[in-house]
Design a protein around this ligand. Sequence first.
Ligand code: SF4
Length: 479
Amino acid sequence: MARDKYQPTDRESLVLDHVGNPKYDRQILNGLDPFINGTAPEDTRGFYSSSELEALVQVRGTERDVEARMPVKMTRHYFEMARNSPALQKLVKGSTDETLNLEGAEDPGFQMDYSPVEGLLHKYEMGLMYVISTCSAHCRFCYREELIGRKEVKRQDGTVDKKGLAQIGEVTDYVRSHNEAVAANGGIHPDSGREKLREILLSGGDPMVLPNNKIAGWLTALAEAGVESVRLGTKELAFHPDRFDDAFMSMLDLFHEIYPDVGFRLMTHFNHPDEFLTRDESGSYVEDAGGFYEWNPSTQRAVEAVVSRGWISVENQSPIIKGVNDDPDALRIMQRTLKRVGIENHYFFCGRDIIAHKAFNVPIETAWQTLNESQRGLSGVEAHARLSITHYKGKTEVAAVTDEPVPGLAGSENGVVIFKILRNAAAAPDRGKVCIVGRNPDAIWFDDYEDRVLFDEAGLFDYARVKALRLEETAAVPA
Ligand code: SF4
């Protein structure tokens, strides 16, 4: 394997030889069995009602098996936060509602089309890597359910296989050769048209499940390969904030000391203020003497450790999920509170068309209205976040939804939705281009607007891969 062949440089060893690797006891409750068999810790047993468990047992082994779709997993910390929070329970508890409708794609957005080496997606000037296939706990709406559930995915060449994890040797070889070709060709890759691969996101699963030496191995190897900035995507601040301890922070400090020019961006994943604020007995968020909301002490410690290091940028992104956070008041509190402690609100997402997405996705127009409503009363810096929906072409903003028709535009009688391309593959030729569709309040994916496209300079509804797939599906239907 390429990883076995990878030899750290002397400079990398300056970090790697001094990394502490404590063990973390997350007290994980794995699967439904502990609840069904009554072996879960006593205080957790009421987390599922007996009728919920009965229904979950009934679908076991059938195509509606909830755990076969997405493994069930929860940390003790998350249980403590969720036990009094319906929103967090919806996020983490398996439910038979999830498999009522199994429509959806195993590889939403055809991401595997952009995978030049196993475990790496290279679509923009940024690459994304799968470095692990699990998290400390599992969100039921996870759009990586095919990776976490170890399912098989069809690739563009027609082969079918599980998604593999990235290997240091293979990925760094690819980064070097891509960037050399870009440099030799005046800043653009001669074949793909992409720019320098400047930034890599460590993702999965949650990289914070890896031990510190493995995370350090990725950071140093990517820095040596010429990557200018490394992102780490994590929900560990919600699932097990004590993971952000002195050993982890010292590793980051040492990495920064040895590679001061390489940026580090922590992409956090809070979905709801119940994941970090405390509530009193009446259910209200506790406020301190100054009127500020009181944080869960472990989460507060972890957040302070990260944001106090000015060289780490911390950005939160979250999908808007039915029953979890499709609530303007919760989103308003979350945006305001995160910004106050130094965490930027980066993106909110519309849920992707994963298998069973109908159980989780709110309609696109509702998501836009929810976010828009949540940002009323926020200051400009608190309301930075945009609503994004990931099209196969690239990251797209749901820029506006109108209630009124556009004068002179046939088909806009019930108002319009305006999409705008934020980023797309290669040198982002379509950035800024828009697509206008007539409203469909039930639409949860682009497909639902197909019959009401009014203007499409962005080409969202004219895309060869999507069309080819549709033709394939039509051909497969018997006459
Ligand atoms: S933290 Fe992210 S990758 Fe992990 S289960 Fe939740 S959505 Fe999926």
